[in-house]
Design a protein around this ligand. Sequence first.
Ligand code: NAD
Ligand code: IPM
Ligand code: MG
Length: 356
Amino acid sequence: MKIAILPGDGIGPEIVAQAVKVLNVLGESFELETAPVGGAGYAAHGHPLPEGTLALAKAADAVLFGAVGDYQYDNLERQFRPEQAILGLRKNLGLFANLRPAILYPELAGASTLKPEVVSGLDILIIRELTGDIYFGQPRGVRECPDGPFKGQREGYDTMRYAEGEIRRIAHVAFQAAQKRDKRLTSVDKANVLETFQFWKDIVTDVHQEYPDVALDHMYVDNAAMQLVRAPKKFDVMVTGNMFGDILSDAAAMLTGSIGMLPSASLDANNKGLYEPSHGSAPDIAGKGIANPLATILSAAMMLRYSLNRAEQAERIETAVKSVLAQGLRTADIHEAGTTLVGTEAMGDAVVKALA
Ligand SMILES: NC(=O)c1ccc[n+]([C@@H]2O[C@H](COP(=O)([O-])OP(=O)(O)OC[C@H]3O[C@@H](n4cnc5c(N)ncnc54)[C@H](O)[C@@H]3O)[C@@H](O)[C@H]2O)c1
Ligand SMILES: CC(C)[C@H](C(=O)O)[C@@H](O)C(=O)O
Ligand SMILES: [Mg+2]
């Protein structure tokens, strides 16, 4: 089985190296092939998603992705910016279903900025639609404002849109995920203001008829953001659009102690997928050897479970991660008094050791 390894920028190469170490000691005969992406793709081939990288990702059985983005590329024309690489991969590979599980490991209850009693035992799943919404809607751009008090000035605009089929397929993913868990689904929308999300709500409600065993409720996104920090354990599965899901999953990350703990799977209709931590390239800490590699290692575990049919290996990795946390090892982002501060490599090595 072939795995495309796309480390990307910033802390991407540092954290992906740890996940690769873990994959290499599982005793499987995976073929790993690495290619540049993001700013690294632009530097090597003049494009954030070089043709060869896209071809590799398409040919592979799964993709392990680090992160893309660097301040030095922020002024490039948009099509050349590193972030276009991950958006292009999602679109080209049809990865419409993004699963972001927010689980609080008991040892990290004190690392969360929320009170331990609010987050202990947390286990929620955010399902984010990943190839539609205002992220991809056309038209978009900067033009002359056609009317109103600012007529004649320049205005920026984007288009929020969701086709019925796009909503139906992500709703099915969400109801089926809920069936395997506590059978509760919260659909997050902004139906009180946006046509797109009234339509979203109507379609999710319609799909619900096929899943009578799942309890569905609807929540406005602003309230959902508030409830996530007020009483996050009340949620089981949340499903929402691309932009709301981006924001809510970063908020949920802090419930787990750090954004360095939140893995993700981005899946197509046949469970082919790309696996990446939910965080970015963290240019502020890149090259310092202090980034938390656990979200990436846990993303590799999700890859084994969802795309490579190796659930037992996924569990081995998850157990190894629990074991290093139980040993008291912590990177800086989750460090507390009484625990042992380690760097990125030492954390990766500890997971490898715990697998033995
Ligand atoms: N999927 C992706 O590739 C992806 C996701 C988000 C952001 N980005 C890009 O990353 C760049 C930086 O964005 P940002 O600063 O808004 O978000 P970020 O997630 O990179 O960083 C936010 C904060 O979290 C910290 N952090 C992130 N990951 C960490 C880890 N593993 N261990 C310890 N601390 C960690 C960072 O140091 C920073 O303080 C931008 O170019 C952005 O577009 C890429
Ligand atoms: C880098 C960016 C395009 C990306 C997104 O907005 O989807 C990131 O924030 C994420 O959450 O994966
Ligand atoms: Mg994000």
